[in-house]
Design a protein around this ligand. Structure first.
Ligand code: 5AD
Length: 348
């Protein structure tokens, strides 16, 4: 599946050297990343990442509550269940008041970040969304947006309204693969958006879908090299999950073990990043979401969209039916020796 890159025999790959480079923020070469991905056994790789996570970010897990407020999307991404050609999907669009009521409930439960996510819905333009952002900011929490590619001026309006962070996964840095999978946009445009967001001083989130049809391991190293240049504040990686109502139905699932390796490598190259244990990992098997916390992850982003809408935000199968058991997770984190940023005073 991949061409093996020449691995020089040197001391560069000793554990201490990797840790030193990571802590000092020295960039890793393609050869070093190839060694870590292809040659080092998974458990050693996870252990390195876990060490770095502990050293750099401690034992605190950040919980970020997601509200998926609209599943309308003008795009036709080949992998995604809410693509515009999926005519069988019931579409919904939450009202401003509904979003605010949900956000308030979550703030009262103790969440410190509200993530507003949607398809690229033309009816939810920046002006309309900025009003919601302003209202949520009054609750005294951070607001993360994840609403796709917009113009610079729209990102600026939303930043001005108080949005703190923006998630825009780059999905894959393989140009050909990207344009096949995302016929409505280009990789160039995607990257431009990410740099605009940085310029506007958002905390920026990027990340990949891993195991896409035609994706090579070498191209995942390109993804890591790209992340090393972009230096995002957050990086979320998930496995590809084939959706039956898309042109990619029938393609194999992404390998969750490979996702964990890329999560670990991301922690090594970006030691301070916020890295979520993604929902998609848990959809393949809940155990992988736990494992991610031992491979560099320090964030969980529960989907807390109201039940009546949740099943319709089916970007991949199995997503909407996952119920997030908050108390169960808090207990799991406690057993793992991790603290959370959920404020216990407000929690009830
Ligand atoms: N499998 C895995 N991840 C997917 N996403 C969308 N469709 C799929 C799929 N079929 C991911 C993309 C997107 C995020 C919201 O969900 O990375 O950015």
């Amino acid at each position: 599946m991949y061409k093996k890159l020449p691995i020089p025999k040197s001391t560069n790959f000793l554990e201490e050297r990797i840790l030193e480079k990571s802590f000092k923020g020295i960039k890793f070469s393609r050869e070093e990343l190839a060694y870590l991905l292809y040659e080092l056994d998974s458990e050693s790789l996870y252990a390195l990442a876990d060490k770095i996570r502990k050293e750099q970010r401690g034992n605190l897990v950040f919980l970020r509550a997601i509200i998926e407020f609209s599943n309308y999307c003008r795009n036709n991404c080949l992998y995604c269940g809410i693509r515009r050609d999926n005519k069988e999907l019931k579409r919904y669009r939450m009202k401003e008041k509904e979003i605010l009521a949900e956000a308030e409930k979550l703030v009262l439960k103790g969440f410190k970040t509200i993530v507003l996510q949607s398809g690229e819905d033309p009816l939810w333009d920046a002006k309309r969304l900025s009003k919601v952002v302003k209202e949520i900011k009054k609750f005294g929490v951070a607001v993360t947006l994840s609403v796709g590619e917009l113009d610079y001026k729209d990102y600026a309006i939303l930043r001005e309204a108080g949005a703190d962070r923006y998630l825009l996964k780059h999905e894959t840095i393989d140009k050909k693969l990207f344009s096949w999978l995302k016929p409505d946009t280009t990789l160039e445009k995607r990257i431009r958006c990410l740099f605009w967001l940085k310029e506007l001083e958002y905390e920026v989130g990027a990340g990949c879908i891993i195991g896409l049809p035609g994706q090579t391991l070498d191209s995942l190293i390109d993804d890591l090299l790209f992340l090393q240049e972009l230096k995002p504040d957050m990086v979320g990686h998930g496995p590809f999950i084939p959706h039956p109502k898309t042109p990619l139905a029938g393609f194999p699932y992404g390998n969750p073990e490979l996702v964990l390796k890329i999560v670990a490598l991301t922690r090594i190259i970006l030691p301070y990043a916020n890295i979520p244990a993604t929902t998609a990992l848990g959809v393949i098997n809940p155990v992988y979401r736990i494992k991610a916390f031992y491979a560099g992850a320090n964030v969980i982003m529960p989907d807390l969209t109201p039940e009546k809408y949740k099943t319709f935000y089916e970007i991949y199968p199995g997503k909407g039916i996952q119920k997030f058991d908050l108390n169960g997770w808090l207990e799991t984190f406690r057993k793992m020796g991790r603290k959370t940023d959920l404020s216990p005073i407000n929690y009830h």
